[in-house]
Design a binder for this molecule. Structure first.
Ligand SMILES: [Cu+2]
Length: 354
């Protein structure tokens, strides 16, 4: 009876293992931190991880092999004498204490060297970015730029140039992680942490908050967009320009609605009366490919839905829903809704802010 019920578990166990294996081998895994690493610190960590992994694998198979060998060779059989007991054998016990200690001492050398090597050091010729974590999006201030470049979620960097980050949080503990670039760095309120890495390849790299920060933690993503130095300089230049003045009647109307609405208490658009600090800076909103913690592609349709149904799209979000027929909780329960056509005009305005 016992045996049969155990046997029944074998098939589901195999299927479950295959499912787990399958997810591990997903073809498109942009946050795989073992392959195609594109940043200095991620490569340093990997250069430590790989040899330590093989040492650990060797130890595992060697020790398990001995255990299996001993269990099989000295197993109890009818008429067989008890094998020789080695309990209290000083020579053996010294040996198997000394060998692991030696292995750990050897592994400690590259480990400690790597720890010191990846510790962030501010230096000249570095790009300096102040990262501010919010529930649930990332703000980036490019230090030393004048006028200061402030953007959200998409971190644009030049290739082959060290970047020095200072990281702060305005609310709870978050963690900043771009697996292809570097290890994780916690972002803690009331304390400034630092991080440094050099991107070695141009392209788009995915990142993620990796410290549970309540409801929309999983929706707090980010992108690192690495450009050639020339493209980066052009980007900086565009970001420093004053916001584009809306050219179409739709966008002009949208600007008026935006400026006369509660939007301006939370969002900044440089050079206008919109100077709010609670939400992302929208001065060059249309230059970003994604929004709301890089959850959505920045398309007019998505931004339209966002303004209508905000917290339906991103649970817990600190921006009320503006669509008519939507309900908000306190303190926005009595908020006046914005008509579909007015929201459309706002979207036209926001999408003109290149
Ligand atoms: Cu989080």
């Amino acid at each position: 009876m016992e045996k049969r019920s155990l046997g029944r578990l074998v098939r589901p166990a195999i299927i479950l293992s295959l499912v787990f294996l399958g997810t591990a081998c997903a073809a498109h895994a942009p946050q795989d931190y073992l392959k195609n690493l594109a940043g200095s610190e991620a490569r340093k960590a990997n250069n430590l991880f790989v040899p330590v992994f093989w040492i650990a694998a060797f130890v595992f198979f060697f020790v398990e092999g001995l255990i299996v060998f001993a269990a099989v060779k000295f197993r109890d059989r009818a008429g067989r004498e008890e094998p020789k007991q080695i309990h209290g054998n000083s020579a053996l016990e010294l040996t198997w204490t000394a060998i692991p200690a030696l292995i750990l001492a050897v592994v400690a050398v590259p480990t400690v060297l790597t720890i010191f090597n990846v510790a962030a050091k501010p230096g000249p010729n570095q790009v300096k970015v102040h990262v501010i974590a919010h529930q649930w999006w990332w703000e980036y201030q490019y230090l030393g730029t004048n006028p200061e470049v402030i953007t959200a979620n998409e971190l644009v960097l030049p290739v082959n140039k060290p970047v020095y980050f200072t990281l702060d949080s305005v609310d709870v503990i978050h963690s900043f992680w771009v697996p292809k670039m570097a290890g994780k760095q916690d972002v803690v309120p009331g304390r400034t942490n630092t991080l440094e890495f050099t991107p070695f390849e141009t392209g788009e790299f995915y990142g993620q908050c990796t410290e549970y920060c309540s409801l929309s933690h999983a929706n707090m993503r980010l992108r690192v967009i690495v450009k050639s130095q020339a493209d980066y300089d052009a980007w900086l230049h565009e970001q420093q320009a004053p916001p584009v003045q809306p050219a179409t009647p739709d966008a002009q109307q949208g600007q008026q609605i935006f400026m006369s609405n509660i939007c301006i208490t939370c969002h900044t658009i440089a050079g206008t009366q919109a100077q709010g600090q609670l939400g992302p800076n929208l001065t060059h909103f249309a230059s970003r490919g994604t929004f709301a913690g890089s959850m959505f592609d920045n398309t007019p349709g998505n931004v339209d839905r966002w303004i209508h149904e905000t917290s339906l799209l991103k649970p817990g979000v600190i921006m009320p829903r503006f669509g008519c027929g939507q309900t908000n909780e306190a303190p926005y329960a009595a908020l006046k809704c914005i008509s579909d056509s007015d929201i459309q005009a706002i979207v036209a305005y926001l999408e003109s802010l290149k």
